[in-house]
Design a binder for this molecule. Structure first.
Ligand code: A3P
Length: 332
């Protein structure tokens, strides 16, 4: 019964028999907001993007010059898109003419699973000039092989899981993607989060996949934390530019271009733009991508006991990896 219900969530485009068959073998769970998730190779993927994920694995042909932005939802993806788009296109558009002023960052750098392969098994991506930029919430383990085999670069951003959880909670409540479902209370949602049952979770495996990849091949994967960008955006933007092969020249540095791009992409600036105040991307309000943009906002919603539970979980799951989070850091 449940499986039949979940399979309705598969995208409405033609779903090949082998994908349907594979899907029927996967464990399925309802997320707290009512949307179905299926567990594929250890990760809880939203059922609606299961087919696009498989399509991208089968058809995406990476170029060495491609740039892939990867993240868990609500970890700073929008910010990273704005920054990388601006860094790459700084010679094409001046700051006062950039498309970022009239387009949401998600319209400029699109998701493989939510946009590019959403309604199309094999979109024509050949006509896009290099460097192409795409984004994904897919874990490292699910990335199309050509991404791993090519020289294309992957920039990953993650965030203190407590803030990520709260940010996602607000985003899903605001956009109510599953119209008929009554969302579960925050305690139940938190319980699921701690079990790793949330979109693209478990968060620890998602982070560890990219973390290890960045250690094994530092020229391939750049691992970033939202909190580090908040602490020093100019330093982070410089690092990102270098990594993707678009380093700022001494001249550009002297002209203050890194600071200008950082200001352009700042939370306050992007949030104040008409397109991000009033626009939408289908069912999603652009304004919901810009809520508070703070470090430590979780303290307003979660009890110290809940935080302690996550702390212990993080300690246990990340043990020996060298990856750490200061969950108690806060914006000053
Ligand atoms: P909050 O909900 O905590 O405010 P994503 O872009 O991955 O969907 O993540 C969204 C989170 O990043 C939201 O966090 C949002 O406010 C914050 N955010 C969006 N743009 C930002 C920016 N330019 N600078 C800092 N934070 C930003």
């Amino acid at each position: 019964m449940e499986k039949t219900e979940a399979s309705k969530d598969l995208s409405s485009t033609k779903v090949y028999d082998d994908i349907k068959e594979l899907f029927q073998t996967l464990p399925q769970e309802r997320n707290w907001d009512g949307r179905w998730l299926c567990q594929y190779k250890g990760f809880w993927c939203p059922v609606r993007c299961f087919r696009p994920i498989i399509s991208s694995q089968r058809h995406f042909d990476a170029r060495d010059t491609d740039i892939l932005l990867a993240s868990m939802p609500k970890s700073g993806t929008t910010w990273l898109k704005a920054l990388i788009f601006s860094i790459v296109n700084r010679n094409n558009y001046s700051i006062d003419q950039t498309p970022l002023l009239t387009s949401n960052p998600h319209s400029l750098v699109t998701f493989l699973e939510f946009n590019v392969y959403w309604g199309n098994d094999n979109p024509d991506l050949e006509s896009i000039p290099s460097p192409r930029m795409f984004s994904t919430h897919m874990p490292y383990e699910l990335l199309p092989n050509t991404i791993l085999e090519s020289k294309c670069r992957v920039v990953y951003i993650c965030r203190n899981p407590l803030d990520q959880f709260i940010s996602h909670r607000h985003f899903l409540l605001e956009n109510k993607l599953e119209k008929d479902a009554e969302p579960l209370a925050i305690d139940d949602a938190f319980e699921m989060f701690c079990k790793g049952i949330h979109p693209f979770g478990p968060f620890w495996d998602h982070m560890i996949g990219y973390w290890n990849a960045s250690l094994n091949n530092s020229g391939k994967v750049l691992f970033l934390k939202y909190e580090d960008l908040k602490e020093d955006i100019v330093f982070s933007a410089t690092k990102i530019a270098e990594f993707i092969g678009f380093s700022f020249s001494v001249e550009e540095e002297k002209l203050g271009l890194i600071e200008e791009i950082s200001r352009l992409c700042s939370f306050d600036n992007l949030k104040s733009l008409e397109v991000n105040k009033f626009g939408n991307r289908g069912v999603i309000q652009n304004s919901s991508y810009f809520r508070k943009g703070e470090v430590g906002d979780w303290t307003n919603y979660l009890s110290p006991l809940m935080a302690e539970r996550i702390e212990k979980l993080i300690e246990m799951k990340l043990k020996g990896t060298g990856l750490m989070f200061n969950t108690y850091s806060k914006d000053s």
